[in-house]
Structures are given as C-alpha cells and as structure tokens.
Design a protein around this ligand. Structure first.
Ligand code: ZN
Length: 1031
C-alpha cells in the first residue's frame, strides 16, 4: 500500500508557502473584529461563522505563551509531594475555561513548611502501604477456613469471553488458531448500489492440521443468516455461529474432534451494508459530465478489512485461492483480481460475472473487487494484458499510466527473473480512495491523483504517478508473491516496495530524476527514528491499532534506507539482486520473516571476505533508532565512536545499542566519484582508521547512503565549511545536503550550537543545486514556524531577513515559464514558495499575474505544474481570488491540479474560511473527506489556522476516528500536523490525548506528538536567548 503522504516529495518545503503568507496583525483571528470586512463567498453557512477557537484567544491575545508561572509550579510540586493529584485540580479549573488558559491559578495552595511536608509524606506512605497489603491479600485471609493451597501444577485456564448470544466464545486470543487452514474460498456477492447493501455467500474449503473441535475465523459487521458445515464425506448440516465482536471473530464449535488430515467445508450466507468509510466493501460516488451522480462500490482490505466483506481467515499467512462471482446491473461492469471467465443473465434482470479461480495462493488482504462504470485502455506486455481504468470522462488522462506501467512491468519481469504470474493487470483510479494506492494482486487501485496525468502535466506530476505505479508493481513480487507472515514484518513488503520504487525509476526513467526525492525521504525517516517513541523495523504487533500503526515511515522509508545501505555495502554489482532473486524463488507463494531475507542474501555471498548479512542487518531491524558516529582526529589517526542518536536522551532512556555500521568516507584527495569511496566497518563502540597526514578534511556517509548521522567535531565541521566556501563542488550535492541535514539534527540534539549551523550555511550563497537548497529551506522553515507560533515577532522578522539575505538573489533568478528539468522544477518551486510566503513583492506579483491570466484565458493558458501550488496559495490570500479558486476547485477535472487548489484554499488566513474548509472536509460534500488530512495539515501550517485546527480535532475526534481507523496513516498525519508546532508547557499539560483512553491515547503517534512538543520546548528554551545574537 502507498500511504500517500499529504506532503509528497518531502524534499520540497512546500509547507513554507502556506506559512504566514501575509504578515497580519495578530488580531486577524479575533472574530470580534468587524466581520463586514469579509465578503461572502459560496457555501458559507452563517452558523459556522460563530466559531472561535478556544485556544486562539490564548496566543492571539497574548494571555501568555509562557510556561506555568512560578506560583503554579510551586503548587504543582507541593501537590505532588503530598500525593494530591495536581492533574485533577488543574483539570477542574480547566473545564471552566479552555484547555490552556493562562488564567491566574487559585491561590488556595499555600506552600507547606518542610516539617509539615515530611510528616505528611510519612503518614501517606504508612497509609498507602497498609492499603496495599490489605488489597493484595486474598479475600480468604481473614476467614475461618483460611486459604486453600492452590495446585501449582494446574496450567492457567484461558478466560473465554462471551459471544453475542451469551454463550462462551471458544477462543480468547487476538491471533487465530492454526489448527484449521483455509484452502479455497468461493465468494458470491450481490451488491445493491441503490440501497447500499450487499448479500453474500462464502464457501470455505479447509484442511485440518491439528485435531480440534473449533473453527475460528474473522467477520466484522456481517449479519450471518445461515451456516452449514460438511466434514469429509459426511452429510451437510446446519451449524450455529458464535460471534465475539470486540475481536471481530466468529466460531463454530463441535462436540466431536475433527482429525488432522481431514477436509471440511463451511458455507456462510450473510448480508451487510456497504461501508461508508474507506475500507471493506465500500461505496463511492462521483458526478459525471452530465451532472448525474454515479455510484460505485470498491474494496480496500489491507490490513484488516477483508473480514468486512466476507467471513475469512484474515491474517496474511492464511493464503488460499479465490473464486469470485459478482452480480451487477447491465449498465455496470465488474473487476476482480482475475480475468472474467463468464457472464450470465440472472432471472432478476441482473448479470452475474464470474472470474477465473486465482491461479496463485494469496492472502485475504490482497483480494479486491469493483462494481462501477469505468472505461479502460489496454496494452499487452509479454503474457499480460495491462489496462488502466478510470471514470469515463477522465479516460484521456490514462495514457501515461498505461505506458509507465507497461515499461515497469517489463523491467520487473526481467529484474526479478520471475514473470508476473497473472494474465492481466488492471490499474484503476477510484474517485474516493484514502491511501495513495493498493497493490491488490492483478487489480491495483489508486487515488485519481496518483494514476491520472494530463497531457500537459509537468515532469514532477509524472514523477509522482510513476513512483506510485513502480511501488505497487514491486509489491506484485514483494508482498503478493512472497508475503510477510505477520504484520510485525510489514517492512518486508513496504520497505522493499519503497526501495524498488526508487531503484526502478532511476533505471527506467532517469529523466524523472527521482534521486532527490529518495534522499529527502531518507532524511525524514532519520528525523522520526531519532525519537524515543520510534520502534524497531520488526516490532511486536498485538492489536488492530498496532497493525495500523505499522504503516509509517519506519516500515517504508527506514526499511528502504537500510536496503539501500545494504546494497551499497555488498561487493560486486549484482550480489544484492542475486540475493533477492534467490529469496523470491525460494519463498514464492509462501510467507516469510525478516531472517529469511537475510539468510538468502548471505547464501549468495560471493566475496572472499564472507559477508554475513544476517549479523549486520539484525542490528538495524531489531532495535529502534540509528547511530550517531562521532569523528575525532589526531593527525592521521581518526577515531570513530558510535552511540544511539536519541533526541530525548536522559538516563532513563539511555541505551547501550550498537550497530554494525558500514561506514563510507571520502576525503579532499578524492571525493566525487564512486571510486573514491573508502569503507570501514564499525561494529564496536569505537574504531580507528588511518589517513595520510596531508588530508585536510573527510566526509563520512558518501551520498548519505547509510542510515546514520555524523558529528565531525568543531575542527572537522570548520574544515568542511572552509572547503565548501572556496568551492561547493568539492562534494556531491547529496553530500552537501547530508551535511546540512546532519548539522540541524545535531543542533536539535544539543551537540552543536545554532551558531555553528548558521556558520555552515554561509557557504550556501554559492549553492545552486536542489537537494542542499531544499533541505536548508525546509529546516529553516521548521524553526521559522515554531518562532512564529510562539509569536516571537522580532525573531520571526530577523529569520525572514536572514532567509532573504541568504537565498534572495537565487529566488530572484528563478523563471516563471515552462521548465523541463525535474531538479530545476524542485529548486524553483521551493525557492519561489519561500519567497512568496515571505511576502516578496516580486514573487507575489508574478504569482498574481499568472493566476489572473489563467482565470481569464478560459482554459487556454496554463500555469506550469511546479508553480501551480505557489500561484494558488498566493491567490487564496485575497478575498476575491479565494472565491474564484473555490469555483475552479469545484469544476476542474484534473485531480493533481485540484489538490493544489485545495491546498491553496486551505492556506487562507481568514478564520471564517478556515472554519468552513475544515467542516466541509469533514462533511465530504464539496471537499472529499479523503482530503481532510491534507486540509488539516495545510491549515496547521498557517498562523491563523493552527489553533482552530487543534480545537477542531479535539471536538470532532470521534467522527475522525470513525472515518479514519485509529493508528492509520491518516490519523498519524492529523496528529502530527496539529501538534508538531507546539512548543510550550501549556500544550503539554492539556491532557487531551490522555483523556482519549481506548479511543487513541495508546497510539504511538500520540507519544511522538508529546515527545516532539517537549523537544520543541527544549530547543526553544536553549536557543531563544541566543538566536537574537546570532540572527
Ligand atoms: Zn506499499
């Protein structure tokens, strides 16, 4: 699956352009201001205007963005000492105001004397100890009979839950038992698109692996109306199905044991509603060119939703074959994983389409079917018919996808030395789709944005579409053919598909210049993995939220990064490739664990010095985080030391982790070519390498292909800075970007001062390449936004001046016409995005002119694709053009452009519009709900919107988790974008997340949010006083 990051191509600090587009009086968010100043615009419900963010009052009216005042702190520490819950008190007075009001606290808490404190503490300790003793003593202790001795040899009996019918449910675990294995499913589905319901029949043939009296499988929200069972040659008989809804399991219990080796068939008839969210068998609709609403139904099963469409053993290791039949109205068509075998008229006027039985065993999450009125274009690639489907009016946007998919299919067939095993491969653009795309075997589903490309689309838009196609096609091998056994190893699917996506594009479409994007996503993966709330690549997964949460940058981007590092480390060009071919062939049709991959790669090792891949890679997949390598040099002797790069590092979180690091380095003697690379394996805490005395500087981690950060020490950084100042081309652009990323990370860690960061950035007046430039702008923007949201106005102004001094001349040099080179487009959109967000007159004027031309041309003039975002964002800041843009948004058919318009609309600094757009995103009429995470993240970037958004999330939390599953990528995005710019104690103290309890407080993204706020606070505390001096 491609989770579709709302900020695709993370290398572009596009966020910057939504940021403080116009520096306005902070009163802009005070709705008490004359509302007549805001002209009306379409679809604005007057009821919705009466919304004021509780939180906005705090910062906007300057009631205090500082930490608790001293009295408050005193109260808290005293209260803690006395064992009184400070949280209760603070939440009590919180309820009468908004979450982080800086009102004067009640003065009821006077400070106790030291003696009182000691007496109180002693008293409390005694009382607490006695209470605990009494509590933990068994109830029988004080009875006459006393306690009976328990028989210690009796194993614990599992505690079985109650089924919905009140009987005991015979299974008490999250994972299914493995005594019964499904072999084949025969599915018949009769969807009714008028009433949004469906009726189904599932016939499952199973084999008994171990003697058992129960069959347990998954089912969610299905109303099972009849169940029959047949064991071996016995008669078919009716059986009762027990259901335990909290675990989405059903069971059939027998009085006699079924014996290993027997076969049995369970037939279940059921009815259900089509899902209104984005998973299971869900309904979707679109308006066609005649203005009619067309409905359709599609599926999204990964990770846990196949059970919402048919009862099944819904775990990836239960692979089986599927034979699927679906009925439809004659004017609709159906699609499924396999080609259609036949179509039969039914007595009720409907048609029933039957698909060939799958020729491969597959996991339930890969099953898919669609009922719609799409149109295809097709092409043969060796034995496979490749087709791209879309709604009829977008057929003209499908050519690029067909060509790209065909080329990539040919490439993968060759590369893996295993042909794609099915006779057809459909790529379908679905109007309502939450993820970026989903790799269902033979029927890959996409968002319209990630599949459809207009004839005039820019190379950057093509890059997005090509990389999503490349990712999903790679899954047809990694994931579909060979599947992880359980979700703990999701990275085997996603890390690989992500790596192959970049690798294949570089080979097949070098013009798309995908390298910069890959570098940028590796930087972001490092940033996330530096948090204590991160997790190991392979990590335990024991509940549905944890399954959802595996779809994160650790599984995807860190997974891809460590594969890249491994590929660079293995000797010879083809060892990596040979290893993965060996892995795919050995485990074809089966399920694997991480160790299986490392073993395959070790087996093909050809070098004299035996490369033990398992030994090296285990250190990267079994522990969270990554190493910081510190360089210290005395003459020719260079000592490298490793430690865990952990941003929240105190004694409690200190780890003694060691990594097996394939360190690469170059020196001023030879630094640009691949041949210059020297290697050093750092397995222990520290190691020493020798250099000629004459070497002036060395740069570790050539092109940032390794997953670690390097600290060069004061002298090492100074030498690199001097070298770059006299000639930027002494290092590759990837290496320059890597230095910039690393020094910002080290500043966040507290190892270098911000002065050193600025010192390195001095070389950038000569920088012209996209990667270092976008990385620097992105990093500076993070700080700029934090300062802005703390209303450090004078520092915001200085930061703005600093950015313009550094990059202004390059910003002015950018052109506004069509541009072919991808990297020039990336550079240009980053620079102009920043320039306009910083209110540069020239930029704003150019953008306004382009928008005007575009608006007046009636579709004949075009804004270059890479500049559309800048232009729409500038336009959205004016009352009049915001309305025009909203109208365009509602009429434009090309989805990529439409999304940029939406980001523009959401970047408005007008509070009424912010409220309107958030609500519209939740309603899903004018703005599709699938776009809500994008809307929220865009709104959060702006000064006017981020508190509105935070209130909106808190108030609508239950509706949000109804639309987007807990832990899902969408929820992760929402939490992250809403909280990543908080930096005060007040924000930490709110307690919203802890109040969620089972509705989300345990999510890793919540821990990540809290940790990030703490780190922001720490960085601000440390650097605010000195930023004044340095900027
Ligand atoms: Zn994927």
């Amino acid at each position: 699956m491609d989770p579709f990051d709302s900020n695709v191509a993370a290398n572009l600090p596009r966020n910057m352009i939504e940021n403080s587009m116009f520096e306005e009086d902070p009163d802009v968010v005070d709705l008490a201001k004359d509302s007549a100043a805001f002209p009306t615009f379409p679809a604005l419900d007057p009821d919705e205007v009466m919304y004021e963010p509780r939180s906005s009052r705090l910062l906007v009216r300057g009631l205090g963005e500082n930490d608790m005042d001293e009295d408050d702190e005193d109260c808290e520490s005293s209260a803690r000492l006395l064992g009184i819950s400070f949280m209760n008190r603070s939440s009590a007075h919180r309820s009468s105001s908004f979450p982080y009001t800086r009102q004067a606290p009640p003065r009821s808490c006077s400070r106790p004397s030291a003696r009182t404190t000691v007496v109180c503490v002693l008293f409390l300790v005694i009382v607490a100890s006695m209470t605990m003793v009494l509590y933990f003593l068994p109830g029988c202790t004080f009875t006459k009979a006393g306690c009976r001795k328990t028989n210690k040899t009796t194993p614990f009996e599992p505690v079985y839950p109650l089924s919905t019918n009140g009987k005991l449910f015979p299974w008490a675990q999250f994972r299914l038992p493995r005594s019964i294995i499904p072999l084949s499913y025969d599915l018949t589905l009769n969807p009714d698109l008028d009433n949004m319901t469906f009726i189904g029949r599932t016939v499952i043939t199973m084999s008994v692996h171990h003697n058992t009296k129960i069959i347990v499988l998954h089912s969610a929200h299905l109303n099972i109306t009849k169940a029959t069972f047949k064991l071996g040659d016995q008669e078919t008989r009716d059986v009762t199905v027990l259901e335990y809804q909290p675990r989405q399991q059903i069971a059939v219990q027998f009085s006699e044991e079924m014996k290993a080796g027997q076969y049995c068939v369970l037939t279940l008839d059921y009815s259900a509603s089509l899902s209104h969210t984005y998973d299971g068998f869900y309904n979707s609709s679109y308006i066609n060119k005649d203005g009619e609403k067309r409905v359709l139904a599609a599926t999204q099963f990964e990770p846990l939703s196949a059970r919402k469409a048919f009862p099944c053993f819904d775990e990836p290791a239960f692979k089986a074959t599927f034979l699927i039949k679906i009925s439809r109205k004659p004017n609709y068509m159906t699609l499924s994983n396999m080609p259609q075998a036949k179509s039969t008229p039914l007595s009720n006027g409907l048609m029933q389409d039957e698909f060939e039985k799958t020729s491969v065993n597959m996991s339930t999450y890969l099953v898919a079917f669609i009922v719609a009125d799409f149109t295809p274009i097709s092409k043969n690639v060796s034995e496979t018919l490749v087709s791209v489907y879309s709604v009829p009016e977008k057929k003209e946007h499908t050519d690029y996808a067909l060509d790209t998919a065909s080329e990539l299919l040919g490439f993968y067939n060759n590369f893996f030395e295993i042909n794609y095993p099915l006779k057809k491969l459909d790529l379908v653009a679905i109007p309502d789709f939450l993820a970026g795309a989903m790799e269902n075997w033979g029927l890959i589903t996409f968002r319209e944005t990630t599949l459809l490309v207009g004839s005039q689309s820019s190379p950057l838009e093509k890059q997005l579409v090509a990389s999503v196609i490349a990712h999903e096609l790679a899954h047809q091998w990694f994931g579909n053919l060979v599947t992880m056994s359980w979700w703990n190893d999701l990275w085997l699917n996603e890390g690989f598909a992500t790596y192959m996506q970049y690798m294949s594009l570089q080979e097949v479409f070098p013009k798309l210049d995908i390298g910069n994007s890959f570098l940028a996503v590796r930087f972001r993966a490092l940033d996330k993995d530096a948090l204590n709330s991160s997790h190991a690549v392979s990590t335990e997964v024991n509940n549905p939220e944890q399954v959802e949460e595996m779809f994160d940058s650790v599984s995807y981007e860190k997974g891809a990064s460590i594969l890249m590092m491994l590929n660079a480390w293995l000797p010879g060009e083809h060892q990596f490739k040979k290893g993965i071919i060996q892995y795919l062939k050995q485990f074809s049709g089966l399920n694997t664990e991480t160790e299986n991959l490392w073993n395959s790669l070790t087996q093909v090792s050809v070098s004299a010095q035996h490369h033990n891949v398992s030994e090296m890679m285990r250190s990267w997949t079994s522990q969270k985080g990554f190493p910081l390598v510190t360089v210290s040099r005395k003459g020719g002797q260079v000592t490298l030391t490793q430690e865990h790069f952990l941003l929240t590092s105190d004694k409690a979180t200190y780890t003694s982790s060691l990594w097996n690091i394939p360190v690469t380095y170059v020196t001023d003697n030879c630094s640009l070519d691949h041949d210059c690379i020297q290697m050093f394996n750092l397995k222990t805490k520290s190691g020493t390498l020798e250099l000629p005395e004459s070497v002036k500087w060395l740069k570790l981690n050539y092109k940032n292909t390794g997953f670690y950060i390097v600290h060069y020490g004061d002298e090492g950084w100074a030498a690199l800075k001097d070298a770059l100042s006299s000639n930027v081309h002494v290092l590759t652009q990837e290496d320059r970007a890597s230095l910039i990323h690393n020094i910002f990370a080290l500043s966040r860690l507290g190892r270098v001062s911000f002065y050193q960061v600025l010192n390195l950035l001095k070389y950038m007046s000569n920088e012209t390449e996209s990667s270092p430039m976008t990385e620097a702008l992105l990093q500076l923007n993070v700080i700029y936004r934090l300062l802005e949201k703390r209303q450090e106005d004078s520092l915001v102004a200085r930061m703005k001046k600093y950015i313009l001094d550094q990059f202004g001349s390059l910003m002015d040099k950018q052109t506004w016409g069509e541009e072919e080179s991808v990297s020039k487009q990336e550079l240009r959109s980053a620079l102009l995005g920043s320039a306009c967000s910083l209110n540069q007159d020239n930029c704003i004027q150019q953008a306004k002119d382009l928008f005007k031309q575009y608006d007046q041309s009636n579709g004949t003039s075009r804004i270059p694709g890479d500049l559309q975002q800048v232009v729409f964002t500038v336009a959205a800041q004016s009352n009049e053009d915001w309305g025009t843009l909203l109208h365009m948004y509602q009429t434009v058919t090309y989805d990529a452009e439409k999304r940029k318009m939406l980001r523009g609309l959401a970047s408005t600094q007008d509070p009424r519009r912010i409220v309107w757009i958030l609500k519209a995103g939740l309603r899903g009429d004018i703005i599709q709900t699938q776009e809500l995470p994008l809307v929220i993240s865009t709104v959060c970037n702006g000064f006017a919107g981020y508190l509105f958004a935070w209130d909106f999330i808190q108030e609508n939390w239950d509706r949000l988790i109804e639309k987007f599953p807990l832990g899902s990528y969408a929820i992760q995005t929402i939490i992250k974008s809403a909280t990543s710019q908080f930096s005060t104690q007040a924000h930490l103290d709110q307690g919203f997340f802890s109040s969620l309890k089972e509705r989300g407080s345990q999510m890793r993204s919540v821990q990540e949010a809290l940790e990030t706020i703490r780190l922001n606070q720490r960085w601000m505390d440390k650097n605010l006083p000195t930023l004044q001096k340095w900027l």
